[in-house]
Design a protein around this ligand. Structure first.
Ligand code: MN
Length: 203
């Protein structure tokens, strides 16, 4: 079975004016597709290695981690957004955010700082940490560096330049501010409930 590029759950122009149709199309149809193809190519090499082919294992495993990380994070990123999104979460997720960060405003500020300050290309993420049954914010470089095993991503933002440059040029902070208007909180709430109920026994 191969990795597959999922369709977007909305049209390319659905997130305008916050994210342009041009960015969405290039990001999904070219960048994300590139990661899916890259993950499949790496997987193919790994399967051939099992059949005795000589492969540069170190290089292929790096490709696999980078591209598969990219595929998974982009798929989540699309689902984490929707037209007419934004606002605040509700239910247990809001309760937990208030408990962990003090208020939604503090969470938003810290998440924004994490996103804006990623060095080079990467992501900020709100994650569920089953060891503490709690939430954290982490920063990921590229698609796969600084990842902590077992932390479950709930809300992710892509701050690679390809995610915003055509519309916001070098003003990443403006993109992040605009992005809060398209966050699909019901998707994040569902992910939180699932992570809480299913993630157990990591260590
Ligand atoms: Mn991207």
């Amino acid at each position: 079975m191969k990795y597959e590029l999922p369709s977007l759950p909305y049209s390319y122009n659905a997130l305008e004016p916050y994210i342009s149709a041009q960015i969405m199309e290039i990001h999904h149809a070219r960048h994300h597709k590139g990661y899916v193809d890259g993950a499949n190519a790496a997987l193919e090499k790994l399967l051939k290695a099992r059949e005795g082919a000589e492969v540069d294992v170190k290089a292929v495993l790096k490709e696999y981690s980078f591209n598969l990380g990219g595929h998974i994070l982009h798929t989540m990123f699309w689902q984490n957004m929707k037209p007419n999104g934004g606002g605040e979460p509700g239910g247990e997720l809001l309760d937990e955010i208030n408990k962990v960060f003090g208020s939604f405003a503090v969470f938003k500020k810290l998440f924004t700082q994490a996103a804006v300050s990623v060095e080079g290309s990467g992501w900020a993420m709100l994650v569920y940490d089953e060891l503490r049954d709690s939430l954290s914010i982490i920063q990921v470089e590229k698609h796969n560096l600084n990842v902590v095993p077992g932390l479950i991503p709930l809300l992710v933002i892509d701050v690679w330049e390809h995610a915003y440059y055509l519309q916001y040029q070098n003003q990443r902070a403006k993109f992040v501010d605009a992005w809060w208007n398209v966050v699909n909180w019901s998707d994040v709430e569902k992910r939180f409930a699932k992570a809480k109920s299913q993630a157990r026994g990591l260590i």
